[in-house]
Design a protein around this ligand. Structure first.
Ligand SMILES: [Zn+2]
Length: 442
């Protein structure tokens, strides 16, 4: 009896919650709830930002966009209920107007509800402030209308449609105390792929990072079909579901350390350097070095470039939040090698990717300008006659240029003295083909 009581009291939280899940003793359950303050962390999700949610290893946050659409949203709700897991839903205002009961069902089931604009425009990155404001505010108003205007039921969380991030929407959302949610991994469930593929991508990508925010859509039949297996596999592999709610006056944020908001926090034993380390690849004499994979093009570098671009165009609409530390590397040699699929990113991220490439270009050029001996042989290949248009350069991935892999000459052309940039003359057909075929998440 004593042993039984002891067993009861030392059960893991997950087991305890699963036991509380009616009709499903093996439920995945919700292991814990974290409270976040959008004003302290205005942008999260490593697909686009340096920070993400302060999750522990094997913790996953489920998110669903574009609802409510009764036919599928109700099935998603039933699946989540059967496993007693809580998620975050990003509703579209127009959907909420059509299906206000759908919004109320999300709240009644205990999920967190944020918003996803009024009309789901995939052009928020190009919109003037007034249009951005209208989309954001209308989306919130429409969702609130379904909740009888009860703001306490709506989280100040927002996901930009198509992940089309830009400075204006980000700055506006921050000014409103609204947290921008990107994600840590999508499952491509907006594409015309099979439920099996959605399942495979979700699991592969979660396993590659071990924790993070999963982006799904509750308006897709393939998502409904894949979700039960996704949850079962997460349970089998020891993953735990975390529910996220916003801080309020009565509910302070969960205490965290700054480094917890990074996917790969530095440790005391790891030297701090900046990624990517491509220059070593370019200016070494050997041709046998492996090409850095896209994983090396950390999203944080895209963010760095953004800062540079803002400075260049003078559009210094910076938010008031302190900028996160950008030096968050981990030893490359100890990182797992994720599947190639992980880096097949949606069109929406093209700009970020291009930005990252261009940032790498500039670092290469700087290294070229100062490299003493190692760069000397390469200098012969440098010719102003091979100068390429910046946009052409932006579509090339120096690290992945097939010519380099197979020993073809690397040609380097400075753009201009004030803005020297390195360009790989050989184009990357695969990169172009994939750019042409990419589609946006919605
Ligand atoms: Zn969407």
């Amino acid at each position: 009896m004593g042993a039984a009581l002891l067993g009861c009291c030392f059960m893991t939280p997950q087991a305890g919650l699963a036991a509380d899940c009616p009709g499903n003793p093996n439920a995945l359950g919700t292991s814990r709830t974290i409270v976040v303050d959008p004003r302290e962390h205005p942008r999260i999700g490593t697909m686009q930002y340096p920070e993400t949610l302060p999750l522990a290893d094997h913790e996953v946050v489920l998110t669903f966009d574009d609802g409510p659409l009764p036919k599928y949203s109700n099935q998603v709700l039933a699946i989540l209920a059967s496993q007693c897991v809580k998620a975050t839903f990003f509703t579209i205002g127009s959907q909420a107007r059509f299906n206000p009961e759908g919004v109320r069902k999300l709240i009644a089931a205990g999920h967190t509800v944020g918003t996803h604009s009024q009309n789901h425009p995939l052009t928020m990155n190009k919109m003037p402030l007034e249009k951005v404001r209208q989309e954001v505010d209308d989306g919130i108003a429409s969702t609130l209308a379904a909740l009888n205007g009860d703001k306490s039921k709506l989280a100040p969380f927002f996901r930009i449609p198509g992940l089309m991030r830009a400075e204006i929407p980000e700055a506006y959302l921050a000014s409103q105390g609204i947290q921008v949610w990107s994600a840590d991994f999508p499952a491509d469930d907006w594409r015309h792929i099979s439920p099996q593929r959605v399942y495979d991508l979700a699991i592969q990508r979660i396993e590659a990072k071990h924790k993070g925010i999963l982006l799904l859509h509750d308006i897709q039949p393939r998502t409904v079909a894949a979700l039960p297996r996704i949850l079962n596999t997460l349970k089998e592999r020891g993953y735990r579901i975390v529910h996220v709610v916003p801080a309020t006056a009565d509910r302070p944020a969960t205490p965290t350390e700054p480094q917890q908001w990074f996917m790969r926090p530095p440790t005391e034993t790891v030297a701090i350097t900046r990624w990517p380390q491509i220059p070593n690849f370019v200016f070494t004499a050997t041709r046998t070095l492996p090409a850095p994979v896209l994983a090396d093009m950390d999203w944080r570098d895209a963010e760095i470039l953004d800062h540079a671009q803002r400075a260049r165009v003078g559009a210094s609409v910076r938010t008031q939040w302190p900028q996160p530390q950008l030096s968050q590397p981990a030893p490359v040699s100890t990182l797992p090698t994720p599947a190639a699929d992980v880096f097949r990113v949606p069109e929406a991220l093209d700009l970020t990717l291009l930005a990252a490439r261009t940032a790498a270009d500039r670092r290469l050029a700087r290294r070229a300008a100062t490299a003493p001996v190692a760069g000397a042989p390469r200098a012969q290949a440098i010719s102003t006659g091979q100068t390429r248009h910046p946009m052409q350069a932006a579509h090339q991935i120096p690290a992945a240029a097939p010519g380099q892999l197979h020993g073809a000459p690397l040609r380097v052309a400075p753009l201009a003295a004030s803005n020297a940039s390195l360009h790989v003359a050989k184009r990357t057909p695969r990169a172009e083909a994939s750019a042409a075929s990419k589609r946006m998440p919605d």
